[in-house]
Ligand binder design. Structure first.
Ligand SMILES: Nc1ncnc2c1ncn2[C@@H]1O[C@H](COP(=O)(O)OP(=O)(O)OP(=O)(O)O)[C@@H](O)[C@H]1O
Ligand SMILES: [Mg+2]
Length: 368
């Protein structure tokens, strides 16, 4: 079922939690709602679930306008961070619960609940009480219970936040597997950018109730629409440098450092913000260097070495190949491929690169 959100705004007393939100989530698609705390992710889910009525705008499920339809009639499955299982009921009874509420006969409810329990791989645990399960197993019960009614839409609000790092990774793969196996349209709320990028077909990045970028994960990473998106995506975070135009065309001087960098001819701003992702920087020789500085910190993280380089009053981080010998105190030259450099407007943060399409529809077509 396609879900269409059209100019939806949700105002509380003195907060605009969601501001003129529009998008379409296609049938069978898994979309992540990503953004910092308070940006309106949960409110958007509540609006879709029918637990809130928007201040204005419309929501369509398929062709049907559901804006004023009550939550019970929307046929939605929801999974929350805290699982919200009934502690006194067995796993099987927890999963059967929504069906029993619908007066589905006991035998049939039991069969359907068992089928769901197997799908989420807890078929062997159905007689236990939730308290006798691990966090990951409890989350599986919550997913089975959300899916047992065969909803049209699955809404997941930070379902993995209570799990430790390893289990989070396993469960996010599981959620994706289950979503694809069932073929259900799903919206996954998270404030974890890596989780959003890895689990979904498409990511919607929000800030202060406003949708910033709506694109496939690679696009979100490669072509951030503004400096907020660039900063929110990626770990370690992108380096920002401020530069000022010099007399000589195309040459910019870094603010707080006398180094000059050459920018593409189409950029003509007096001041510009440059974004360099740590993983795109590499060590090179003087002739090919974009920047030169002193290594002031070095640590090994996983398979990379993270260095901090001081360039007069500017510091930047770079992830480099650990096989290259380098020490704190060394001078180093950092290079980057031209198409990995991002340029932003210093006033409104918008990305200044030419020829980039940020059109949501164009993005959709790329992977449709
Ligand atoms: N019932 C409410 N009454 C008043 N303000 C609310 C209500 N619910 C949410 N808000 C406000 O709306 C904004 C968005 O809240 P929301 O819960 O949607 O954020 P979120 O993105 O889910 O954040 P988090 O990552 O912390 O869960 C916040 O400023 C919040 O304080
Ligand atoms: Mg929330």
């Amino acid at each position: 079922m396609d879900v269409r959100i059209e100019n939806v705004t949700m105002e509380f007393q003195n907060t605009v939690a969601v501001n003129s939100l529009s998008t379409t989530i296609r049938n069978g698609e898994m979309v992540s709602l990503l953004g910092p705390s308070g940006c309106g992710k949960s409110t958007t889910l509540m609006l879709l679930a029918g637990l809130y009525k928007p201040t204005c705008g419309n929501i369509y499920f398929g062709e049907k306008n559901v804006t004023n339809i009550d939550a019970e009639k929307r046929e939605i499955g929801m999974v929350f961070q805290n699982y919200a299982l009934y502690p006194h009921l067995s796993v099987l009874k927890n999963i059967m619960f929504p069906l029993r509420m619908q007066k589905v006969p006991k035998r049939e409810a039991k069969d359907r609940a068992m089928e769901m329990a197997r799908l989420v791989q807890i078929g062997h645990l159905v007689d236990r009480k939730p308290g006798q399960l691990s966090g990951g197993q409890q989350q599986r019960v919550a997913i089975a219970r959300a899916l047992v009614k065969k909803p049209n839409l699955l809404l997941l609000d930070e379902p993995l936040s209570n799990l430790d790092a390893r289990l989070r990774l396993e469960m996010r793969e599981e959620i994706r597997r289950i979503q694809q196996e069932v073929g259900i349209t799903a919206i996954f709320v998270t404030h974890d950018q890596e989780e959003a990028l890895s689990i979904s077909d498409r990511v919607m990045l929000m800030k202060d109730g406003v949708l910033q970028q709506d694109s496939i994960p690679q696009e979100m990473y490669r072509k951030p629409i503004n400096s907020f998106a660039a900063a929110f995506i990626g770990n370690p975070p992108i380096n920002f440098l401020l530069a000022r135009k010099t007399e000589q065309a195309g040459n910019y001087e870094l603010v707080n450092s006398s180094q000059i960098i050459k920018l593409p001819g189409y950029l003509n701003q007096q001041k510009i913000q440059i974004g360099l992702r740590p993983e795109n920087l590499f060590l090179t020789d003087k002739d090919n260097a974009l920047l030169t500085g002193e290594v002031i910190h070095l640590e090994t993280i996983g398979r990379d070495t993270l260095i901090r380089v001081q360039i007069e009053d500017v510091t930047i981080r770079a992830l480099i190949d650990p096989s290259i010998p380098i020490n704190v105190g060394d001078q180093c030259h950092l290079g980057i491929e031209q198409d990995h450099v991002h340029y932003f407007d210093t006033e409104n943060g918008s990305n200044l690169e030419r020829g980039n399409s940020y059109d949501g529809q164009a993005n959709m077509e790329q992977y449709a």
